[in-house]
Design a protein around this ligand. Structure first.
Ligand code: IPE
Ligand code: IPE
Ligand code: MG
Length: 264
């Protein structure tokens, strides 16, 4: 992955970039984009205005990830549970997702960003689905940042689906029970082939995972911020990356063991 520190706007971030160890960036950052409704409400506006405003934050997060040479950015855009919101809000969100993706497609191609979708995408209304699919096709050849949108996504459903796939393969004789290991399960998740997130950022002040990437975040560093998603700008993202680098990822080992391996 290539880093582009000369990209427009990067000089304004110099003070924070100086505090970042560019050789130790996360490979995969996942985000729960929360707080759009409250952002709008605080301004006496309709919740949907917050969703519109949130698109700008998506663009900023994508741009910075790409400029830093981060390989994977996975954004929680719509959960399975979000289908239970008032129909009007769901309709607006679906329209907005389709519109935004169509609008951004040329820039994604230009910036070599590959779009990937995870979740029960078939549940998306046709208008949004068509535009998402067109973007997937248009960015298929891009080998820079992989931007994954989680849409109609539920971690439990993803795991249940994997269990069903495995059961079918066992029943038909294509898979032996003794060959079911962690890799067998992971490869039947939507995220097959992607490394697990190193860092999970949730904006909006809530400290919960809301059914997001339940399997994949087993060892992710969690970062919660009160910043509402429409206010999540590049400096706020850099704050999260700087905080991430202050952590010691031990994966069950002792701190001394980790220090011994990083020194050598
Ligand atoms: C996140 O913002 C966007 C989606 C879940 C689609 P919310 O709409 O959840 O905003 P709050 O949490 O109500 O402020
Ligand atoms: C999580 O946000 C889902 C997305 C950001 C898409 P919610 O706002 O739906 O989460 P809860 O319901 O507060 O946990
Ligand atoms: Mg919310």
């Amino acid at each position: 992955m290539t880093m582009n520190l000369q990209a427009p706007g990067m000089s304004e971030l110099k003070e924070q970039l100086d505090r970042l160890d560019l050789s130790r960036l996360p490979r995969h950052v996942a985000m729960i984009m929360d707080g759009n409704g409250r952002w709008a409400k605080a301004r006496g506006l309709e919740r949907s205005v917050g969703h519109y405003e949130g698109v700008k934050s998506v663009r900023r997060a994508t741009e910075l990830s790409s400029d830093l040479g981060i390989e994977f950015l996975t954004l929680y855009a719509f959960s399975t549970e979000n289908w239970n919101r008032p129909q009007r809000e769901v309709d607006i969100l679906m329209h907005l997702i389709g519109m935004a993706i169509q609008q951004e497609t040329p820039d994604l191609v230009k910036n070599n960003v590959h779009l990937r979708l995870i979740g029960d995408i078939e549940r998306m209304p046709k208008e949004a689905w068509d535009r998402l699919h067109a973007c997937e096709v248009a960015t298929q050849h891009c080998d820079g940042l992989t931007l994954t949108l989680a849409l109609s996504y539920s971690g439990r459903r993803e795991l249940t689906r994997a269990a069903r796939l495995i059961a079918e393969e066992v029943a038909s004789g294509r898979l032996r029970t003794e060959d079911i290991d962690e890799q067998a399960l992971a490869s039947r998740l939507f995220t097959n082939g992607m490394p697990d997130p190193d860092l999970l950022i949730r904006t909006g002040g809530e400290e919960r995972v809301s059914n997001y990437l339940l399997w994949q975040t087993a060892y992710s560093e969690l970062y919660f911020t009160d910043v509402l998603w429409p206010d999540f700008d590049k400096p706020a993202y850099l704050d999260a990356l700087i905080d991430y680098q202050r952590r010691e990822r031990r994966f069950g080992k002792t701190g001394d063991q980790i220090k011994a391996t990083t020194k050598s």
